[in-house]
Design a protein around this ligand. Sequence first.
Ligand code: ATP
Ligand code: MG
Length: 429
Amino acid sequence: MAKNIQAIRGMHDMLPDQIGLWQRLEDGTRQVLESYGYREIRTPLVEVTELFKRSIGEVTDIVEKEMYSFPDSSGDSLSLRPEGTASCVRAAIEHGLLDQPRRLWYRGPMYRHERPQKGRYRQFHQIGVEVFGLEGPDIDQEVLFLTARLWRTLGLAALRLEVNSLGDAEERAAYRAELVAYLEAHHCHLDEDSRRRLLTNPLRVLDSKNPELREVIAGAPILLDHLGEASRQHFAAFCAGLEAAGIPYEVNPRLVRGLDYYNRTVFEWITDDLGAQGTVCAGGRYDGLVAQLGGRPTPAVGFAMGLERLVALLEAAAASAPEASPALDAYLVAVGDAAQAAAPTLAERLRDLAPDLRLQCHCGGGSFKSQFKKADRSGARFALVLGEGELARGVLGVKPLRGEGEQRDLPFDELGPFLLAARPTPISG
Ligand code: ATP
Ligand code: MG
């Protein structure tokens, strides 16, 4: 027998039984984003490799070892996108969107060749936001308020917010020199990765996930101490906004981000409920990136959230309060040749009259008994029975499948309103 072909390691199918939480997350996020005036943008999954090298940085984990890159048949190097910001910036420059402030959002799969583990996959999904053309701390606050509102909407209470400022390029350069001196003095305590980073991108050492480096990192000089007046004011105003809005946060001076392009405000929303992969949303300001990719200098701020990790949190919450996925209102069974021939068009008529209706029409024939069994298994709340007699009279037999109740006849045109009115009212709270 031929061997079954399986999905690629670290890339997952989402089955119908799991999709309810994804939809809740995606729909909830979209609603919040639109309520703040953000507009969706969709870009290709594949870009020229150069785009990611120039934006994310040559000496980052992503570009060094996580990218899915391949030559296409004309020899150009292409890559599956590992994140969404670079593509958004490219598109914004390419289509002249930077003539005025823009609030954009995107969603979709991202690809990174990482070691798969809980909360870390090779295909994963993000929803992200990018704001172009606004430089003040007010917009940094807005993107944070928006995320905080989203967690409230989704019922995710236990997320912590960590913030930091990376200053501007000059301030970071001064800091880098001091950090390098410190790390060189502690060279013997560094792991191989950090020794390499020390030469290429020393700030990244602070981002190391090796627990053995914790002590060295804790003793390192602090970037916040090197901020100039303007950066300090920006950060103070940002933090004051969080306080005014009642959003608790912690300043984490070791928070640098995994990507090269950030400056000033950076932040992460973290959960302690998912083990090591606890960051569910991360972002910050990247005022230099647009110019770096050839656009005219444009300040920018954004974030991306990891949907797999958020779904895992929603799943844990749903396990304590199970949430039924929307049930079918009705399942239409048809007995006899004439009724079976008429059923699909009748179902269309019902859908025309009540566009909200969730109606499944039996296909594939069979006895009344076997059709009725399928109606019951479908989870629908009512079976609609169409026989020769019903057809002639212009009615359907309506039989409740969940709980008590006799079958009764209703004219075709009254069915939609009846079924919608019979839906259980959602429990609020
Ligand atoms: P990490 O430090 O966990 O590797 P990162 O800094 O590489 O994260 P970002 O590039 O900032 O992550 O991506 C934003 C968010 O996307 C992360 O906070 C996380 O929730 C999610 N994410 C990143 N990489 C993965 C992955 N391989 N699998 C699942 N989710 C991911
Ligand atoms: Mg990473």
